[in-house]
Design a protein around this ligand. Structure first.
Ligand code: FAD
Length: 471
């Protein structure tokens, strides 16, 4: 059987949820839009899986974190889609796509015919087997990408209370999971090949702050080495991890956070690919003009700090949300849609800590604040201009100020003076610029130009395996 839709979205994650919201805001007609998702639930805010979902008390559970609660928007529960005449094919994988004929074959055997297709297939967690290590299927080895992974992680974690866990990987997933494991009363050891955690973003000084905080909570770090194999018991459960440095760490459970790879397989050979994703232009249109790609899977054009245009990919929720809204605007109101102009924004929350980062971490670093206290940060200055800002423990006003400062990219003549002023530099800049001239905080179509260091961006998120050259 074939069904026809004006608009189809493949994938039902963050980007799909925000795209649906934007379609409705722009007046999509009932019956014109469908979303086909392999996951059995309506689009949700994926970052919740490594945060509230893992809380030992009052954990977040659906429907509480459906899109778009992450931006204080309406919570789009399944009924919302029904109310707006949007067809949700849940638990339904798209098996194949033909971009010339504009058709999708879905797992039910049905064919979906579309006029415009939005690809929002996200990324999948890299498996150990891709690095030649077996054991991903063991009952006490966990990954964290989707709801099913999160459910397994919670079960395993609860069965190991008071026992030990090894976390492989020192990126976002590793850091957030390690914190949750501690909060759930496990003794945690983190293993990663870099010299410090979050090495794509954190300076050694910033990393030391977080590592010391983790150590104060009992976390042990084994750095500069990697997993080589597991020991198993007769039930097939992992009992220890073996490391490249020759050591063995006994454990009751393992969490793997070694990076992600975009889900592009449906379109390989049919679309232009770059940086591991689907290459799109500044309105998220691919090499096939009827097909748009958004979120983790989109490789989009940016201007580097050196002023060159290049292509990059971001695996961050803010980009997923904003790229989704922009692509829908471009499809429904092409004449009124400008080029995507984006200030990169990442955040994380672990234990009682919370940080935000804006821009790019290129150039010279100037740290500020109290590294033995609660509020600290860093600016990155490239060729005399402020291009990146990091802040831990800020207030709403302070985060707005660093975002604004990074967006306007002020000249910085004296790094020593910048260090002395610290957060005051961004705060006073914020006050000096009349609010009418300022783009709204977190606006999805900011007016000031954003510059992106592609080398950093393409490599940053969720990875520990760069030296292995895998993506
Ligand atoms: C645990 C976790 C915590 C995170 N925390 C943060 C954070 O704190 N800050 C931050 O900035 N970012 C964070 N991120 C990253 C952020 O969630 C992603 O960048 C974002 O989800 C990307 O949105 P997306 O829609 O492109 O992909 P996803 O949200 O991954 O959605 C992709 C969807 O497509 C579906 N799909 C794939 N292939 C098919 C197919 N063939 N047929 C049908 N459906 C298919 C998938 O099942 C999935 O539902 C986190 C990610 C994870 C996994």
């Amino acid at each position: 059987m074939a069904r026809a839709f004006l608009y189809a979205i493949v994938g039902g994650g963050v980007a799909a949820g925000y795209a649906a919201d934007e379609f409705v805001k722009r007046g999509v007609s009932r019956g014109d839009l469908c979303i086909i998702s392999e996951e059995p639930v309506a689009p949700y805010e994926r970052p919740a899986l490594s945060k509230g979902y893992l809380n030992p008390e009052a954990p977040a559970r659906l429907p509480s974190f459906h899109c778009c609660v992450g931006t204080n928007g309406e919570r789009l529960a399944p009924e919302w889609y029904k109310e707006h005449g949007i067809e949700l094919f849940l638990g339904t994988r798209v098996i194949s796509a033909d971009v010339t004929r504009k058709t999708l074959l879905i797992a039910t055997g049905e064919t979906i015919i579309y006029k415009y297709l939005i690809v929002a297939t996200g990324a999948r967690a890299l498996k150990l087997e891709e690095f030649g290590i077996n054991g991903s299927d063991a009952a006490n080895v966990c990954y964290l990408r989707d709801l099913a992974d999160a459910e397994k992680l919670v079960k395993v974690m609860q069965s190991c209370t008071g026992k030990t866990a090894v976390v492989i990987g020192g990126g976002y997933i590793g850091m957030e999971c390690a914190a949750s494991l501690v909060i759930n009363n496990l003794n945690v050891t983190m293993v990663f090949p870099d010299s410090h955690c979050m090495s794509r973003l954190f300076t050694p000084k910033i990393a030391r702050y977080y590592e010391e905080f983790y150590q104060s909570k009992g976390v042990k770090f084994i750095k500069g080495t990697a997993l080589t194999s597991f020991d198993f018991n007769s039930d097939g459960k992992v009992t220890a991890v073996n490391l490249k440095n020759g050591s063995k760490v006994p454990t009751d459970m393992v969490v793997i956070g070694i990076g992600a790879r975009p889900n592009t397989a449906l379109f390989e050979g049919q679309l232009t690919m770059e940086k591991g994703g689907i290459k799109v232009n500044s309105i998220f249109q691919s090499s096939n003009t009827s097909l748009f790609a958004i979120g983790d899977v989109a490789a989009f054009p940016v201007v580097t700090v050196a002023g060159e245009t290049t292509t990059t990919r971001l695996e961050h929720v803010d980009f997923a949300r904003k790229s989704a809204r922009h692509a829908v605007a471009a499809i429904m109101n092409p004449e009124k849609t400008n080029e995507f102009d984006y200030l990169p924004f990442f955040y994380s929350r672990v234990f009682t800590l919370s940080w935000q980062f804006y821009g790019v971490n290129e150039g010279e670093v100037v740290h500020f604040g109290d590294f033995s206290g609660k509020t600290l940060g860093a600016y990155w200055v490239y060729k005399g201009r402020l291009v990146g800002s990091f802040l831990e423990g800020g207030t709403k006003e302070q985060y707005e100020a660093i975002a604004h400062a990074t967006r306007v990219k002020p000249m910085v003549e004296d790094l020593g003076e910048l260090e002395k002023q610290g957060l005051g530099f961004a705060l006073s800049l914020n006050q000096k610029t009349p609010s009418l001239e300022r783009p709204p905080f977190n606006a999805w179509n900011s007016t000031a130009g954003a510059i992106v260091a592609a080398a950093f961006m393409a490599a940053f998120a969720f990875r520990y395996g760069t030296r292995r050259g895998r993506r």
